[in-house]
Design a binder for this molecule. Structure first.
Ligand code: HEC
Length: 143
């Protein structure tokens, strides 16, 4: 009988730890996913990956981003693998189209700058809407 009570207690403890972990770990990430950032983009509709658009995004990435960013490894700036899981599509497009204002005002980006303060802040990319959308599609293929 005692061992049953013990098992139930241990199971409960594991469950509790699981919830706490979820709250600490899943929490902020989920919150970030709904964050839209600051800029002209209000909604982005995503469908299945559009290969042609992603290829265009790949070209833009090579030209305008790869000096600082790798997908898998930390370069001068954060690795971008999986970034579409932590940042919302709207946030990413606004950040690429309105980099400077978000660096000045957006709490997430301000915090990121602190973490990366050894390197110059991200240059204002001034991407046009269709370019930012293409880069987003490319990043979606790198989850
Ligand atoms: C001059 C170097 C540089 C270039 C070029 C650059 N970035 Fe960045 N990027 C950074 C730095 C540094 C950060 C950290 C935050 C900041 O400085 O704004 C960052 C942050 C990011 C983040 C947020 C990452 C995270 O972990 O949340 C994304 C997404 C991003 N960059 C995408 C891009 C894309 C896409 C391009 C090309 C269109 C690009 N960056 C070009 C330096 C750069």
């Amino acid at each position: 009988m005692k061992s049953i009570i013990k098992s139930v207690f241990v199971a409960g403890l594991i469950l509790f730890m699981g919830f706490t972990f979820e709250a600490n770990y899943g929490g902020p990430q989920n919150k970030q996913l709904t964050d839209k950032g600051i800029g002209p983009i209000k909604v982005v509709k995503l469908g299945p990956i559009n290969k042609k658009l992603a290829d265009k995004g790949n070209d833009i990435f090579e030209n305008k981003c790869s000096a600082c960013h790798d997908i898998n490894d930390v370069n001068l700036a954060p690795a971008l693998k999986g970034v579409t899981k932590t940042l919302s599509p709207v946030f990413i497009m606004n950040y690429l189209m309105n980099t400077k204002e978000m660096q000045q005002k957006d709490p997430y980006v301000k915090n990121l700058i602190q973490q990366w303060k050894r390197v110059p802040i991200m240059k204002d990319q001034r991407l046009k809407k269709d370019e930012a959308r293409a880069v987003l599609e490319f990043l979606r293929t790198k989850n």
